[in-house]
Ligand binder design. Structure first.
Ligand SMILES: NC(=O)c1ccc[n+]([C@@H]2O[C@H](COP(=O)([O-])OP(=O)(O)OC[C@H]3O[C@@H](n4cnc5c(N)ncnc54)[C@H](O)[C@@H]3O)[C@@H](O)[C@H]2O)c1
Length: 439
């Protein structure tokens, strides 16, 4: 099938299993939120799939349906949840530990959360140095572990009665890995699984098992995971969508709004210093320099691509960009992200901008997990396979075809996402040319 013609997606009938490696702050906030919303005790703020509208046709037509009215998405009522974690805590206990939601909110959905019990994880402290849990699988080879995950998936789908599934990585950030020979083809990757190649991280084993089981895979962390030819080959072979990486939630979300604005007005930048304090388990993991390196690379790429210093050397050729993350337990999940920008305007006069975003990490991430689960399921039903660049909107470090640079500007990403939805629905794309209104 031509890539210009997606299939009309099949209807979203039956239950959708959302499986998350990692049952920590983000995944439990996502699950508890869906449970609260479907009981009618809260609203899904922050979720485009639940609240967003999409303009169709000309501005004069007044057609702006909800996104979920345009394309067939699974409903919140249809979702069921499964997870893996290295700790035995069920979703209620884990959410209590994470202290994102209040005890009063958790009490409302305690009965449902308690039923989400993590399956034993595929884990090695070689890839996440600050954690050590006992709820893990044993196997002679990484291939054995992949097969055990495939069994878990099959069992979960059967016992939950789900018609389809998706996997969203909500596990910890792994140490920085670079692409190597073992990642270069599916055949080499499978040999590597059998030979316990150290280049294969646990997150890759989950992704491999998901794709082999017919599940789309989205990567919420900056890990290499599906950003390798081997797993892209598997996704294509199985006609499944993949997407990544690293949820775009707080500081980077703002960066991809402010930087395009400055560039649009040809304002220069000499420096951009970003620092964060956070005290959740994610912060503890990122306190390890090797996991921080994965996050740092993911966060740093954004400005280089948006500002294009090779095209604008006078404006951005001397930019100094630094990103820090400090583990500071008193703050828990309530991250504070500071940015200092040193700008230059007309005739080279300096200016400064300070941003202080007092955000909540998992409150920003949870609706992204929901939207990704629903859109990845839609993509699978529309037979869209391989990298889903239209979902760049949700990622700090969007995956693209090897010959392309990633698009980071939030509003270009949004336009791409909405035009892809129009395309899936067989509606005309919107170019914003608009000359015909004046003819
Ligand atoms: N919250 C945000 O704003 C945000 C933004 C971007 C990315 N992320 C990423 O999302 C991920 C989850 O964040 P979080 O705040 O929920 O962290 P968290 O530490 O609360 O939860 C992660 C969970 O994953 C588990 N885990 C680690 N390795 C595992 C494995 N191999 N298999 C199964 N479970 C495993 C940990 O035990 C932990 O319970 C992190 O990688 C984080 O960097 C979060």
């Amino acid at each position: 099938m031509s890539p210009m013609k997606p299939c009309k997606p099949s209807t979203a009938s039956g239950k959708l299993a959302v499986l998350t490696p990692g049952l920590g702050a983000v995944s439990t906030t996502f699950m508890a939120g869906v449970m609260m919303c479907r009981r009618g005790v809260s609203e899904p703020l922050g979720s485009l799939t639940q609240l967003g509208t999409i303009r169709l046709g000309k501005r004069s037509e007044g057609r702006s349906p909800k996104i979920h009215e345009l394309v067939p998405l699974a409903r919140l009522e249809d979702l069921c949840f499964g997870a893996w974690d290295i700790f035995e805590d069920d979703a209620y206990q884990s959410a209590k530990h994470a202290e994102v939601l209040t005890p009063e909110h958790l009490a409302l959905v305690k009965d449902e959360l308690e039923k989400v019990e993590p399956m034993p994880a595929v884990f090695s402290a070689d890839y996440v140095k600050r954690l050590d849990g006992k709820h893990v699988k044993n196997g002679n080879s990484k291939m054995d572990l992949a097969r055990a995950l495939e069994d878990d998936i099959a069992r979960f789908i059967k016992s939950s009665g789900a018609a389809r599934g998706v996997m969203v990585w909500c596990g910890s950030t792994e140490v920085y890995l670079q692409q190597g020979d073992v990642h270069s083809s599916l055949a080499k990757f499978e040999k590597g699984l059998a030979a316990n190649d150290p280049g294969i991280a646990p997150s890759m084993i989950y992704a491999y098992a998901a794709l082999r089981s017919g599940l789309p895979f989205a990567n919420g962390a900056p890990n290499l995971t599906v950003d390798i030819p081997a797993l892209q080959e598997l996704a294509k072979e199985r006609h499944l969508p993949i997407a990544g990486k690293d949820f775009k939630t707080g500081q980077t979300l703002m960066k991809t709004v402010i930087a395009p604005a400055l560039k649009a007005r040809m304002l220069g930048l000499r420096g951009w210093f970003s620092t964060n304090i956070l005290g959740n388990r994610d912060g503890e993991v990122l306190d390890d320099p090797e996991s921080f390196k994965s996050k740092e690379v993911s966060k740093l790429g954004v400005l280089e691509y948006i500002l294009q210093p090779h095209l604008y050397p006078k404006l951005y050729g001397k930019l100094f960009h630094k990103v820090r993350i400090e583990y500071y337990p008193p703050r828990g999940d309530q991250k504070e992200g500071w940015d200092n920008l040193d700008l230059i305007g007309w005739l080279g006069y300096p200016m400064q901008m300070k941003i202080d975003f007092l955000c909540r990490d998992s409150i920003l991430a949870a609706p992204i997990v929901l939207d990704l689960a629903l859109f990845m399921d839609l993509a699978a039903r529309a037979k869209m396979s391989g990298i889903q660049e239209w979902l760049s909107f949700y990622f700090k470090s969007p995956m693209t075809a090897p010959s392309l640079y990633p698009e980071h500007d939030l509003f270009i990403q949004q336009m791409k996402l909405k035009n892809t939805l129009r395309h899936i629905a067989g509606e005309e794309l919107i170019t914003h040319l608009g000359l015909d209104y004046y003819e």
